[in-house]
Ligand binder design. Structure first.
Ligand code: NI
Length: 593
């Protein structure tokens, strides 16, 4: 082949690549971390190695599916594993903005011009990352794409911003998934149109329950209106199809749940709209979103921990704090609460619609309805039977989880008197303890003897610890102080009273910190076991963890209920008084009725 022809071919090839390359902005940079990394020709571990780059090398990222990044380095283009790249966005991050949650459609445009191409369609209420403000338009990011929204549609909000989620662990939910979903109750109703540019096929259930059926019919009609109006206004010359599918479950003898999902596709753009409904078939009562619960801390904590399971491999995205809007599309299932998080509303748009399942045992005490599926997990303490409060000071540590494991197995609860300075390092342990119903108490920030420091130091030792626990758990309020060395005085008691905290001493001292002996610690617990006692241990030692593994089954076998300090004191006939020291609950003071 002649050189001229080859050059012409190369030029033609380059030109054919140009439009894509020119139109794209390089928005992400990946830095090779933790050793050298291959660039492969194909996105598979057996792909041909094109080059190998040292730790610290920066590459431009062209595409990222969460597992493989298509990257460019100099004149080489290939694939690298996303998990070995630290990915940073190469554009300004102005913050996050939300669109008003009025149920309307949001069109993200290619240019700051309402007549320009629509790049993305979403339901209002969604969160967008803001990267620039140009005249009266915000430039926003959706996954690896940029677009524009009018300024008056955006309300900036404070969200936590992190880089990292894994689309691979999180295949988005779509209408096709629901088409094959369980339909245990109701008679299917259908509505469709197959001629013209705007076509649709809807199926949804008739439950034979007036209020529920009415609510669904109204939603079906609103959905049709919304999409038809959008089609007329923005895509009248293009073919568009709207599909609606559903899941309908019999949850228990009384409860039924339905999820409706409508998906509208025009010009390769898809937008989803959902409706979730839970109904008591015996009373006709409808429960939607927040109405399913009487308390939310535990529910939000569980949602956030389920979400962290979805996030992983470095990618773009953010994690927000769970709030009531996350429950809007929650349905009851036999396994737990299924929360559908719509694309772009609670999670980054690029993650699509996701489903988080929260098992009933995690949230049983927060639900507002009665169901045998849930009530078997509701904790009941019988004050006519003996109670013991095990407490663990100075942690958390690497041994705390062993103690949590045995308590979980035997259904016992305990109190972990943490030093504030350890909490960040063991944040997962603290969250797990709270999620499993244990109590977190304060053992000061760094083990200060409170009788030997100023009042302001006492205050800051307590406040800092309360604050860090509240932060890592998303709202947990400490109500108990275990003062180091058991040292208190009037000033400490007054400060605790102001801060609404009781002071817990102990009746049984295992001396585990001194003996470091599994058998001695175990014997101290079993010998000291008596109704109403508070037992002092330290979750710093493997010898203590081993002693607890022996003692817990035995205490349960003997009929003791393992309770937290606050649970124990809640049975005090005079109530637990903030600022008061309790070493045990005298059985004579137990309120049994
Ligand atoms: Ni201590």
């Amino acid at each position: 082949m002649k050189r001229g022809l080859i050059l012409a071919l190369i030029a033609a090839l380059l030109l054919s690549l140009m439009p894509a390359a020119l139109g794209e902005e390089i928005s992400y940079v990946g830095t090779v971390t933790g050793g050298s990394l291959h660039m492969r020709k194909e996105p598979t571990p057996s792909g041909k190695v094109l080059a190998t780059y040292k730790s610290g090398t920066e590459v431009d990222i062209l595409e990222n599916d969460g597992i493989w990044c298509k990257v460019q380095k100099g004149n080489k283009t290939g694939y690298m594993m996303a998990q070995y790249l630290t990915i940073t966005a190469n554009y300004p991050h102005l913050g996050w903005g939300k669109t008003p949650a009025d149920g309307a459609l949001i069109n993200v445009h290619q240019r700051p011009d309402g007549e320009s191409l629509i790049l993305y369609k979403g339901i209002s209420g969604g969160a967008f990352e803001l990267v620039a403000l140009e005249n009266h338009w915000y430039k926003v990011r959706i996954g690896n794409q940029f677009g524009y929204l009018p300024v008056d549609l955006i309300t900036p909000f404070e969200g936590e911003f992190t880089l990292g989620y894994s689309p691979s662990a999180a295949s988005p939910i779509n209408a096709a998934d629901l088409k094959s979903a369980l339909r245990e109750i109701g008679n299917p109703r259908t509505m469709s149109r197959s001629d013209g540019l705007f076509t649709y096929s809807f199926t949804w259930p008739d439950l034979g329950l007036a209020a529920a059926d009415q609510a669904m019919s109204k939603w079906v009609q609103d959905t049709l209106d919304l999409f038809e109006t959008d089609h007329q206004a923005h895509h009248a010359q293009q073919a568009a199809h709207c599909q609606m599918e559903y899941q309908a479950l019999k949850v228990d003898d009384a409860h039924q749940s339905v999820l409706l999902l409508a998906e509208y596709t025009v010009d390769r753009l898809t937008v989803q709209r959902m409706f979730a409904l839970n109904v008591n078939a015996e009373t006709g009562e409808i429960l939607i979103g927040k109405q399913l619960f009487t308390a939310f801390d535990q529910v939000f904590l569980s949602l956030e921990s389920a979400l962290s399971g979805l996030m992983g491999i470095p990618c773009d995205g953010y994690t927000g704090k769970a709030d009531a809007s996350w429950l809007e599309y929650a349905i009851l299932t036999r396994e737990g609460l299924a929360c559908y998080l719509p694309a772009g509303l609670c999670l980054p748009p690029a993650l699509g619609t996701q489903r988080l399942l929260i098992p009933w045992d995690q949230i049983a005490s927060s639900v507002s309805f009665h169901s045998p599926l849930v009530s078997k997990y509701i904790r009941t303490i019988d004050p006519t039977k003996p109670m013991i409060a095990l407490t663990f000071d100075d942690g958390p540590s690497e041994h705390t989880e062993r103690i949590l494991n045995v308590l979980k197995e035997y259904g016992g609860k305990a109190t972990f008197c943490v030093q504030g300075m350890n909490v960040e390092k063991y944040a997962d342990v603290v969250r797990r303890a709270v999620a499993e119903g244990h109590e977190i108490a304060s053992h000061t920030w760094n083990h200060k003897k409170l009788t030997e420091v100023s009042a302001s130091t006492v205050r800051s030792q307590l406040q800092r610890t309360n604050d860090i626990v509240k932060e890592v758990t998303g709202g947990y309020e400490i109500r108990v102080l275990r003062p180091p060395y058991g040292s208190t005085n009037k000033s400490v008691r007054n400060i605790c009273a102001e801060m609404n905290m009781v002071i817990a001493h102990w009746k049984v001292d295992t001396l585990d910190w001194d003996t470091r002996s599994t058998s001695k610690t175990y014997r101290a617990i079993i010998r000291g076991a008596e109704n109403g006692v508070i037992v002092l241990c330290h979750d710093l030692y493997s010898s203590t963890a081993a002693a607890i593994e022996q003692a817990v089954p035995e205490l349960v076998e003997k009929g003791y209920q393992l309770v937290t300090v606050s649970e124990l004191l809640s049975f005090h006939k005079d109530g637990a008084q903030p600022g008061t020291v309790y070493a045990y609950l005298d059985p004579e003071n137990i309120r049994t009725e």
